[in-house]
Write a protein that binds this ligand. Structure first.
Ligand SMILES: CC/C=C\CC(=O)SCCNC(=O)CCNC(=O)[C@H](O)C(C)(C)COP(=O)(O)OP(=O)(O)OC[C@H]1O[C@@H](n2cnc3c(N)ncnc32)[C@H](O)[C@@H]1OP(=O)(O)O
Length: 408
């Protein structure tokens, strides 16, 4: 939800309330929409400040809502309505203004931030793009090159850097909310048209096509096969070449294609699983509460059982002749499945770890879990170890010999 109060008899304060990061859930969007209506109707109110509860402006759209059907007022018309207000609206940014949170702030006429606050449009890291007007407003505010950098990387930057880029208007080491309220009182009566970012032209360099093509090539190389960074460049291209309303249409169309993609679902799953893992401690408390003694599982055990079973299956695939050599399997993992390039691929990595060690581990886990077939060491792995664990480049010699024998 969002609370509404009036300070000094004339400054409406809208406070986002959805701990811990004041994400823009349906209830928060409804609260903001109601509060905006109240400020419009209240003749005593001459300016508005939007802030977040507990020193955090807003962590963006509520990612947990993405899985279900959307309810409540949509974000885009809500932000457009704020920008269109004829009373100045100031965002008081403390803690974070990320994703939809920054997009909300970009719909305000001014942005005042605490120096340590973090701002950014990290949607790309969730397989999305900033589709609440962020891809159209940010380049109009700070120019195409800087917007391309922020939106295609999704990085968070400090408010002090955001000030240099022109994203925020003022930073303070003190209380950003107090400063925003004082600022809001002072600017009453100043023209608002130049502060409505959607009405501004999008400043772009003369070699704009060259720049967009170069960034597109870079993002394709950096995140092979990822859809979101490419869509982000497409949305920014629209910001340069189309009027705001048509750019918003393009932003919506591109977001539609991303939203239901397996990539977006996978990245959002990864976001929550990363946080769940860090709550492992709490799971221990849960066990203790019910008087259960959990079996201690070291992180290495989880890693080794997954990794060595994968490698083991690679040896079986090689032996069956389904892949010509270990390089085929490694290339699939590095270029198709994001295996860290600096580890060469699962088969190369097995060689680095030591084939004898991989075999020993598989035997150990097979002994503990005899019902798991993937842990039964591959005959090829055994033969390679017996032959003194040759380097990965030599494995083909063993394979060819095996395959000739098996065809006789
Ligand atoms: C039309 C579409 C428009 C816009 C699209 C978007 O806005 S997509 C969302 C963009 N925002 C983000 O990607 C920010 C994601 N959050 C973070 O990066 C961090 O959580 C943050 C805000 C920097 C805070 O970090 P911190 O380390 O302090 O906390 P933690 O990450 O552990 O998060 C605390 C709990 O909050 C939950 N959470 C965070 N952000 C969101 C969110 N946007 N929606 C829903 N929930 C969010 C997080 O899961 C943690 O929950 P818990 O149950 O405690 O594990």
């Amino acid at each position: 939800m969002a609370s509404y109060s009036v300070l000094h008899g004339s400054v409406a304060l809208i406070t986002l309330q959805n701990p811990p990061v004041n994400a823009l859930s349906a209830a928060v969007r409804a609260g903001i929409t109601d509060a905006v209506q109240r400020t419009l109707k209240d003749p005593q109110v001459t300016s508005v400040v939007i802030c977040g509860q507990n020193g955090r402006f807003c962590g963006g759209a509520d990612i947990r809502e993405f899985g279900g059907s959307m309810s409540g007022p949509p974000l885009v018309p809500m932000i457009n309505a704020i920008e269109a207000m004829d009373k100045p609206v100031v965002a008081a940014i403390e803690g974070v203004a990320l994703g939809g949170g920054l997009e909300l702030a970009l719909g305000c006429h001014y942005r005042i931030a605490h120096r340590q606050a973090l701002v950014g449009l990290p949607e790309v890291t969730l397989g999305l793009l900033p589709a609440a007007g962020g891809s159209q407003r940010l380049p109009r505010l700070i120019g195409l090159p800087a917007a391309l950098d922020l939106i295609t990387t999704g990085k968070h930057i400090l408010a002090s850097e955001a000030l240099k880029l022109g994203i925020v208007d003022q930073v303070t080491d003190g209380n950003a909310l107090n400063m925003a309220v004082e600022f809001a009182r002072r600017i009453v009566g100043k023209p608002l048209d130049p502060r409505r970012i959607s009405t501004l032209p999008c400043p772009s360099p003369p070699d704009v096509d060259f720049l967009l093509d170069r960034v597109l090539a870079q993002v394709r190389k950096r995140a092979r096969g990822a859809l979101a960074p490419v869509a982000c460049v497409g949305a920014l291209r629209a910001a340069v070449f189309l009027p705001f309303a048509q750019g918003m249409e393009k932003e919506r169309e591109l977001m539609g294609a991303l939203f239901d993609s397996g990539q977006a679902r996978a990245l959002q799953y990864a976001f929550f699983s990363q946080r769940l893992v860090s709550q492992l401690e709490n799971h221990c408390c849960y066990w203790a509460r019910y008087g259960l003694v959990p079996r201690h599982i070291a992180p290495e055990e989880i890693l080794e059982r997954c990794l060595y079973a994968l490698t083991n299956e690679g040896f079986n695939i090689l032996q069956d002749g389904m892949a010509a050599g270990p390089e085929d399997i490694d290339a699939i993992y590095v270029f198709g499945y994001g295996w860290p390039r600096h580890r060469g691929g699962p088969m190369f990595h097995a060689g680095q770890v030591g084939l004898a060690r991989v075999l020993e581990k598989l035997e150990h886990y097979q002994h503990k879990h005899p019902d798991v077939p993937y842990l039964k060491p591959s005959p090829l792995l055994r033969r390679l170890v017996a032959a003194g664990s040759p380097a990965v480049q030599k494995w083909r010699e063993f394979l060819n010999k095996d395959r000739v024998h098996s065809q006789l």
